[in-house]
Write a protein of this length. Structure first.
Length: 328
């Protein structure tokens, strides 16, 4: 396997996440081949979305190169043969095993055995997906956050057959893409962040469904507590900053009381069965008019640029003061 950060990266799947990843790569000097396995994606939806994100990134100072110049570095296609010059191909399709298996087969038939193939899956074990490949050791997880071009998050996940040294090289390249990556050395479903976040989601549903709090109150509490400090530091650092003895004491009484539900909560199940998909169709845990949905999207985009600037400012400061001694 050869890693060449100067050649092209392929992206298969041009929905919201694939388009966002393409934007992130373009901003950080990477040429992109963007392949739409669904014909509708080859219409103006993905190109327009990427151009808009590039324009906003330039306007907000995240990129120093005009959008029209960066846009020249992306090629849109529906032909898998166009992936041949890529050193890395990232799959960003639906979380459907049959669809992913078909995509991997087409990618492998179009590129050399030295090309890295990665999935943006948020929860499917990488070791499971490796079974669908002819050359499984070339396969890794690369889990991004939305918006990919403003978030500094990127998880690199090794499967059972992934060489750790290649994962470490991808980690270095991710830093060159402006990320503060994490390397998951041992594959586990959900990786790092989703295992933490879905434990939070589960408890949120438990509180609402059992009448302890409303949806609005849970959102407000999370925004004004965890949302106040998580961009500055992670969970373990926060316990250090605020007195870990207190957490040790609270855990003894609280852990046995937390939800350990293993089924999908009824609240989200009902919304999903009624066709709710959040702001994309105006129906979710909240209702949105078309104007409200657009305003939430605009505000979230603006916030993501602001929080990126703030995180970069304090990342530099905390790096300077940190002499890390980590307990293992």
């Amino acid at each position: 396997m050869e890693l060449n950060n100067n050649s092209r990266v392929g992206i298969v799947g041009l929905g919201l996440m694939g388009s966002s990843i393409a934007t992130a790569l373009l901003i950080n000097g990477q040429k992109v081949v963007a392949l739409a396995p669904i014909i509708s994606d080859t219409n103006q939806t993905a190109p327009d979305r990427i151009m808009h994100s590039l324009e906003e990134s330039y306007r907000e100072g995240l990129s120093t190169i005009p959008a029209k110049d960066l846009f020249q570095n992306i090629t849109f296609t529906s032909d898998y043969a166009d992936l041949k010059p890529c050193w890395l191909v990232m799959e960003c399709v639906l979380e459907n095993l049959e669809i992913k298996q078909d995509v991997y087969r087409k990618i492998e038939s179009s590129v050399s055995n030295k090309v890295i193939i990665a999935s943006n899956t948020s929860a499917i074990p990488i070791s499971m997906l490796q079974n669908y490949l002819r050359v499984p050791q070339r396969f890794f997880g690369m889990h991004w956050a939305e918006p990919a071009y403003t978030s500094r998050f990127l998880e690199i996940i090794c499967g059972e057959k992934s060489p750790l040294e290649v994962g470490e090289q991808l980690y270095v390249i991710a830093k060159n893409w402006g990320k503060e990556p994490t390397l998951v050395r041992k594959d586990i479903r959900g990786f790092i962040t989703n295992r933490i976040m879905y434990a939070m989601y589960r408890e949120a549903f438990h509180l609402v469904e059992n009448g302890y709090a409303t949806i609005e109150d849970v959102d407000r509490a999370c925004k004004n507590d965890g949302g106040h400090w998580m961009t500055f530091c992670g969970l373990f650092r926060y316990m250090d900053l605020t007195g870990l003895q207190a957490y040790h004491s609270v855990m003894k009484g609280l852990f046995p009381e937390l939800s350990n539900q293993t089924t999908v909560p009824k609240l989200i199940d009902d919304v999903a069965k009624e066709g709710g998909n959040g702001i994309s169709n105006g129906k979710g845990f909240y209702d949105y008019s078309p104007e409200e949905a657009k305003e939430w999207e605009r505000t979230f985009e603006k916030f993501s640029f602001d929080i990126n600037r703030l995180s970069l400012e304090y990342a530099d400061k905390t790096t300077d003061i940190s002499s890390v001694k980590v307990k293992k």
